[in-house]
Design a protein around this ligand. Structure first.
Ligand code: ADP
Length: 600
């Protein structure tokens, strides 16, 4: 309870007021008492002076015992105060009472020492020192109190003649004093209660809005930002409340903005094509997007258990944290290979709020395709160079032989020139095929698409190619459906493809083999099939047969005038017609090529 400012405030306030009131009260009571007691002393002294002025017997006579009746008469003449008794005491050693206004006449002649202890003490002291002595007595536990005054009267030679002793009953005064004290205490307590009550109300008016702000701030800290405090005044507390409301609104909008940005970033990171990973300084994986998890074969629930460096095997240790941490800048990239895929791993330091390195961020970019393309490009350049180098070397050596003198022999010259001619043709074919491929690559081939009757097209081709087959004594057959239908295509292009496929069948089928050209249609597709019972293609080569310059048996292909580009061109042309080429082949058994094209 005393944690609250309100209660602390009230407690301190109460204590201060209490202490102040007790001090003030004690001071007032003390002053009050002093005043009354001094008043009593002054009254008693006035009485003594009164008696002395009035009684010549007391002043003129040095031996009071000679005039004690007269003194008694003088004393009796004094006005009677019910509360006061006067004793006239001689200077004898037993201090006899020689006169008194007391109603008790028996005390006359008695020793003053017998009356009470305080009386005896005061009388002795007054006599001894010749000076007045005062004192107080209290009996019955303070129910009856009195003030005593022993007043010595001196003779002309300075000796004490006797003592005028006054006892004044102060019980009433003390009772009045006690009553006043009680009233004062009651008033103080009442004032205290009132001030505490006022203090409480004031404290409440201050602390209540602060409490409200505190409670709402607490709720805000727990994530509930829909907190509004009531602004009840225009003072500092009211300003605090309206500032709090402003802060809430600002915080809400800032948080919404931050959340929006965060979710944007999360979405980007989650859906990006590259793998992203954040790693702490001690190797914990702080974040990994789905691509990174998939790439590194990590289940999301395993993330907390796995250390980043454990993921990579010996061949990829270049991107471990231990290795990168040895660099000064923690920045760079490495090419790594995981499961026959190639990645460019780009890493950079994670900088914390104190501008220190707090970890590492690494982005894995799958560059398998680019790498493959790059390799293909290199391979292609090498292939082209190689393909052109062979005929050039041949031409060069034949030309040199001719220049060295072989030209003199007409027959040799002719045979050499014919070789040179055929090598030139070969180069021309390669260049022609490459140019065509380049046109196809850059989509620069102009297609003259028209409606073509498949049966007619095949019959034409058959007539053109028949001779070449017959030269090899091969049986070539055209077995087509009555009406295969029509396609919309570039006649030259499609004819080039079919001719290439049939030429291949003739080329790669030994003498006396059989070749069958078929055509069929099915719904919206026409299939042209060229089947041979030739040398076939080994299984492992079938998938690569459409690659540029790829040949199963390079020497044989070259020997037969092949460039190794025919099938790649064929594939490109058919694909440009939204068709498809499929090759089925069995080594040493035969090959079947299907050209599938959409019907008109
Ligand atoms: P090439 O000019 O060498 O014939 P292609 O691109 O037309 O080039 O064919 C590529 C390779 O495919 C050929 O070198 C050959 O090894 C193989 N090939 C093509 N057709 C057949 C077939 N009908 N029978 C066996 N092998 C074939």
């Amino acid at each position: 309870m005393f944690k609250s400012i309100r209660w602390k405030f009230i407690l301190v306030y109460f204590l201060l007021v209490f202490i102040a009131m007790v001090i003030v009260m004690a001071f007032i009571i003390r002053k009050f008492e002093d005043h009354h007691l001094n008043q009593a002393t002054r009254t008693m002294e006035a009485r003594v002076r009164n008696l002395v002025n009035m009684s010549n017997n007391i002043t003129k006579n040095d031996d009071w015992n000679l005039v004690k009746e007269e003194i008694q008469t003088d004393v009796k003449q004094l006005p009677v105060y019910a509360t006061e008794i006067i004793y006239i005491i001689d200077n004898s050693s037993i201090a006899s009472i020689i006169a008194s206004n007391s109603s008790n006449t028996k005390i006359i002649g008695q020793s003053a020492f017998n009356l009470s202890q305080i009386q005896a003490e005061l009388v002795i002291d007054a006599k001894k020192y010749g000076e007045k002595r005062e004192g107080y007595s209290s009996i019955d536990n303070g129910a009856s109190r009195a003030k005593h005054l022993a007043y010595p009267i001196l003779s002309d030679n300075g000796n004490v003649k006797g003592i005028i002793y006054l006892t004044s009953d102060m019980t009433d005064m003390y009772n009045t004093l006690e009553e006043s004290k009680a009233i004062l205490i009651k008033a103080t307590v009442l004032a205290l209660v009132i001030t505490v009550l006022i203090g409480f109300l004031i404290a409440r008016s201050i602390t209540e809005p602060i409490n409200d702000v505190t409670k709402k701030a607490e709720r805000m800290a727990k994530g509930d930002f829909n907190q509004v405090v009531e602004v009840k005044s225009d003072d500092e507390i009211g300003q605090l409340a309206s500032m709090f409301n402003y802060l809430t609104l600002k915080l809400k909008s800032t948080l919404a903005e931050v959340n929006k940005e965060k979710s944007k970033l999360d979405t980007i990171i989650t859906h990006m094509a590259d793998g992203v990973m954040a790693v702490s300084l001690n190797g914990e994986i702080i974040h990994a997007n789905p691509v990174a998890l998939d790439m590194l074969k990590i289940e999301p629930e395993e993330l907390s258990e796995i250390r980043y460096d454990e993921i990579f095997d010996e061949s990829n240790k270049r991107i471990t944290l231990a290795r990168i941490a040895s660099e000064e800048k923690w920045r760079g990239n490495e090419i790594i290979e995981i499961d026959s895929k190639v990645y460019n791993a780009e890493y950079a330091p994670l900088i914390d709020e104190n501008f220190n390195i707090g970890g590492m961020i690494i982005v894995f970019q799958d560059i398998t395709k680019q790498q493959k393309l790059e390799n293909m490009r290199k391979e292609f350049v090498a292939n082209v160079s190689h393909e052109l180098k062979t005929p050039i070397t041949t031409i060069k050596s034949y030309t040199e032989t001719l220049m060295d003198g072989a030209i003199e022999d007409r027959d040799i010259s002719m045979s050499f020139l014919s070789v040179i001619d055929s090598e030139c043709d070969r180069m021309a074919r390669i260049v022609r095929d490459l140019l065509q491929l380049s046109d196809l690559d850059y989509k620069q081939t102009k297609w003259n698409k028209k409606s073509i009757n498949i049966n007619e097209l095949l019959k034409n081709i058959y007539l053109k190619i028949k001779i070449a087959a017959e030269e090899k004594n091969q049986k070539i057959e055209l077995s087509i459906e009555e009406n295969t239908g029509e396609i919309i295509a570039d006649k030259d292009g499609v004819e080039q493809v079919i001719l290439n496929i049939i030429t291949n069948a003739i080329k790669y089928t030994p003498n006396n083999g059989a070749i069958e050209i078929g055509a069929s249609s099915d719904n919206d597709k026409a299939t042209i099939t060229v089947r041979d019972n030739g040398i076939g293609i080994p299984k492992e080569d079938i998938s690569r047969i459409f690659e540029r310059f790829y040949r199963v048996d390079k020497a044989r292909s070259r020997e037969m005038g092949g460039t190794g580009l025919g099938l790649s061109i064929a594939k490109q042309i058919i694909e440009a017609h939204n068709g498809e080429i499929r090759i089925n082949s069995e080594y040493n058994v035969g090959t079947t090529v299907d050209i599938i094209l959409p019907l008109k």
